[in-house]
Design a protein around this ligand. Structure first.
Ligand code: ATP
Ligand code: LTN
Length: 332
């Protein structure tokens, strides 16, 4: 049998996982489990670029692992691990810092956004973040990197770094491709349909661990559109709020926008919003319940992440050795 292609992605445990993370990333990971050789990690080193409360950070990382599993990522079929448990990430990250240009890093949208949000802590890690992300990906010779649209620029930079390195030293890294879902690639905040749904705007953000009544409340408060027609139509330009909810509904149910429009024909926002809430609640209910159950079994979670780090290290070390040999460092 031909070897499976490699899929790899990570999410920072910088906040609680939300519907944007689920639809933009995790849901697709789960659906493709059998087709690929999969590596999914908690990008905890990246999270240090913004100050964290240590206890809360540790809990979130563990809860993220529990949620990965509760969303359907089977630890037997997916290598699940903490980035910080595989030292090769930091080691290759440093090497790649030396092959990444100041100008390239300065152009990264996420760096510009986060510098604005953390004006009192624009640290070097925040700036060199994409080189560490390149290391995360290139260590595993990943073919595909399933992420939401906002991460495309980082994957493009990873490709540039890989090509640059391969150009100097010969074939070392596979040049990866971003793998971005058609629906759900960019979910906007319910209270701010102009911004992507994000934990930093908790108001219109549906967290995977939110209780049903909280979800319903958030949908009821969702910003709808200022236009005069009050019916349900997909039109992101003029009806961003409604279109965003349609996008959520479509991504969760597989229905097309036309089907949704027909289903809600003649109905106003007052009917549409609770109907969306209902679908979200029923999707998240089993996930939340399963994550809560798994969180109680720390021993199990420890065994998952230890095994994950062991498996990941074997592959990561092989790439790191090749890099050390090529640049003239001495591998231990
Ligand atoms: P932040 O609030 O710090 O920007 P975040 O909530 O966007 O963080 P990340 O850790 O940056 O979360 O993203 C994890 C994954 O989820 C990435 O693949 C990202 O593309 C995807 N993602 C995040 N937010 C959304 C969204 N609103 N719509 C679709 N995908 C998203
Ligand atoms: N930068 C990503 C998280 C991330 C990642 C990665 C994603 C870190 N390393 C490697 C894919 C592959 C984010 O902020 N969402």
């Amino acid at each position: 049998m031909a070897e499976k292609k490699i899929m790899l992605s990570g999410i920072q445990p910088s906040g609680n996982l939300h519907l944007g993370n689920y639809l933009g990333a995790i849901k697709g990971w789960v659906e493709r489990t059998d087709e690929y050789d999969n590596f999914y990690f908690m990008a905890d080193l990246h999270t240090l670029t913004v100050r964290q409360d240590p206890e809360d950070f540790r809990r979130r990382a563990l809860e993220q692992l529990a949620l990965y599993i509760a969303c359907g990522l089977d630890p037997e079929k997916n290598t699940l691990f903490y980035q910080s448990h595989v030292p090769a990430h930091a080691q290759l990250g440093w090497v790649l810092d030396c092959y990444t240009m100041f100008g390239e890093l300065s152009r990264m949208t996420q760096f510009k956004d986060k510098s604005k949000k953390n004006a009192d802590n624009i640290n070097a890690g925040l700036f060199t973040y994409p080189a560490l992300m390149a290391a995360d990906i290139l260590l595993y010779q990943a073919h595909y990197v399933p992420v939401g649209e906002d991460q495309r620029q980082h994957v493009e930079l990873t490709r540039d770094i890989a090509n640059r390195f391969n150009g100097v030293y010969g074939q070392t890294f596979r040049v990866p491709e971003a793998y971005i879902p058609k629906e759900g690639a960019r979910i906007y905040g319910l209270s701010t349909p102009e911004d992507k749904m994000s934990k930093s705007i908790p108001d219109g953000c549906i967290f995977l661990m939110d209780e049903p009544d909280v979800i319903l409340k958030k949908f009821k408060k969702a910003v709808t559109d200022a236009d005069t027609e009050k019916w349900i139509r997909f039109d992101p330009q003029n009806k961003p709020g409604v279109s965003n909810m349609m996008n959520i509904l479509s991504a969760l149910t597989g229905k097309s926008f036309e089907q949704i429009e027909q289903e809600f024909e003649g109905m106003g926002y007052g009917k549409f919003k609770p109907a969306c809430a209902e679908v979200v609640i029923e999707t998240l209910r089993p996930i939340r319940e399963e994550a809560t159950r798994i969180m109680k079994d720390e021993e199990y979670l420890r065994s998952v992440y230890r095994k994950g780090a062991e498996r990941a290290s074997v592959i990561a070390e092989a790439t790191l050795k090749d890099v050390y040999d090529k640049v003239g460092l001495t591998y231990k």
